[in-house]
Design a binder for this molecule. Sequence first.
Ligand SMILES: Nc1nc2c(c(=O)[nH]1)N[C@H]1C(S)=C(S)[C@@H](COP(=O)(O)O)O[C@H]1N2
Ligand SMILES: [Mo]
Length: 301
Amino acid sequence: MAHRWKNDLSAADVTPEAVFWNRRKILAGLAGSGLAAMAGQSAQAQAALETNSWDDVTNYCNFYEFGTSKGDPAANAHLMTTDPWSVEITGLVDRPGSYTLGDILSEMTIEERIYRFRCVEAWSMVVPWNGFELADLLNLAGVQNGAKYVAFETLLRREEMPGTRYPVLEWPYREGLRLDEAMHPLTLMATGIFGKPLPNQNGAPLRLVVPWKYGYKSIKSIVKITLTDEQPETSWNMANGREYGFYSNVNPNVSHPRWSQASERPLGGGLFAKRKPTLMFNGYEDEVASLYEGMDLKKYH
Ligand SMILES: Nc1nc2c(c(=O)[nH]1)N[C@H]1C(S)=C(S)[C@@H](COP(=O)(O)O)O[C@H]1N2
Ligand SMILES: [Mo]
């Protein structure tokens, strides 16, 4: 597939695979054990970590349906059944219906995309995803003229998702994009990571990846896609609209009300690696800035 975007990243930039898989464990371990010393860190650096270790660990929690704080979502995510799986595509489409994963995959070409990934909590990684362009899936269903937005929903199966017992967020987890964002060639439906099928904890069997937006837009384990003419409600925005906007574009110039977004902590290459400056649109400015021409990015954050 011809890339209509510039990729400035290569395999050499990817976050070390072991760091990716173990990031919560590594952080939890560092907080309480001698691991920091084993990692060769100075006492000063360890002390610095101790002061924010609890926040660090909880903030790395990344599949709230399987729990938010103490328990690692990785420990519960195996409860989720991902086979069989189908995605309902509905709303303003020519061919609405329930598409099985097999139906979808037989029509798609899987490719690898190495993308920056920036969580709103100011940590970042470089991730090799496997997947296909969301545009190809939407075209399969046939987007109708009046459609302006795309809404996504995660599976909600309470007996398999212990975190959904708590009203942390509006369940099912909901996200949304403007149609032009959804059709952008950078916008990926991921089926794999590091060349392996997506593990449950990372959103098996199908999750969204929008590399110029904060990580929470990359909704996991999608079961429903709705084409609509109205801006959809999204779980984080419903929970706290002041802190989490609909757009959620990575923007070093627009602070989160509780912290700056000007820099980020890259995972890997040493947990104590210096924070690095956050890039406008997470480094994808050339590709996506035109989508937001004339918009007040502070207001539409
Ligand atoms: N359904 C669902 N999708 C989700 C989340 C979640 O809690 N539930 N967390 C989001 C957040 S905050 C981040 S940073 C990414 C993390 O993706 P990863 O665990 O694959 O790195 O998933 C996003 N997608
Ligand atoms: Mo996140």
